[in-house]
Every structure is written in C-alpha cells, then in structure tokens.
Write a new protein. Structure first.
Length: 161
C-alpha cells in the first residue's frame, strides 16, 4: 500500500516546501548541484564516491549544459521502519530533456539525500535552487524488517548530533 502525499508530509518529509504535497507523494527541491570532480569506484568490498565540485549559479539559477550532475535535496527525509521510499523525476524535468535517477530509500534511512541529474538536452537546462525536481513516493511494507538502515549514508547532510 502506498501513502498519500499528506501522510508522507506528516511522517516522512520534514518541512516540505509550499505547494509540494501531491496526491501520491511529496516533491523534493534542489538545494545544491555539483559536478563530479573525479572517477568513482564500486568494488566487491568497497566504494569510492567521487568528490563534487559545486556548480556556480547565476544568483539562484544553475545553467547546466549536457552532462551528469549530483543534486542534493533540501528536505530531510526520515523513512519509518514500516516504509520504503522511491524517488521519481517530475514530469516537467523529463519534458525538458533531463532525467533524474534515485536509489531506494530503505526503512530507517534519515538524511537529505542525493540524486543523479543527467541533462540530455543538447541546449542544456536551467534549474533554480528551491525548484521542485523530484517526487518521493512511500510504500508501507507488509512486515516490518528485523533491522533498519544503518549504512554509510545514514544521516547524510544532517547536522551532527
């Protein structure tokens, strides 16, 4: 069973942006855009996430030529132990010639996550800081798992407690 947007706003997304509560989810907004500054590595027993280089904007607007970018969301997400989060691009983004890829957000995840923005439009796109770029959809699990997420991305981009 999937939650409606108002349920997600109450239980999963802290302080959703005005106008971001949708019938079937909550929109997530752009806080930062980074270029990938070096190669990444994914091995059997390890990984190396490439450093990011902040994209300089014109005021609050990023002019993005074709390429891959790491986008950090503004909103804090707290997936309950009974839920799993799926993040999808807003249709306007697709219609502009860009795609957004997100990973599954496991039960227990807390943080201000990232997505991969790929600009396919040969003319590029312009994205404003605070723009609604993705929609978070949350499903309720039939059974609560024995454990919740405690991986390396737990608490990402949250103030240290």
């Amino acid at each position: 069973m999937y939650l409606v947007g108002a349920e997600i706003a109450g239980a999963v997304v802290a302080n959703p942006a005005p106008g971001s509560i949708q019938p079937a989810g909550v929109d997530l907004t752009v806080e930062i855009v980074e270029e990938l500054a070096e190669p990444g590595y994914l091995g059997v027993s390890g990984r190396r996430i490439p450093a990011g280089r902040p994209v300089e904007g014109e005021g609050d607007t990023y002019n993005l030529p074709p390429g891959a970018y790491r986008v950090g969301f503004s909103e804090e997400v707290r997936v309950p132990p009974w839920g799993v989060g799926f993040c999808y691009p807003r249709s306007s983004l697709l219609r502009m010639g860009a795609a957004l890829a997100c990973a599954v957000w496991d039960p227990g995840y807390r943080g201000r996550g990232y997505a991969l923005l790929v600009v396919h439009n040969p003319h590029g796109i312009r994205v404003e800081r605070g723009a609604r770029i993705a929609q978070l959809v949350v499903a309720r699990l039939d059974t609560i798992p024995d454990s919740t997420y405690e991986g390396v991305y737990q608490g990402e981009r949250l103030p240290k407690q």
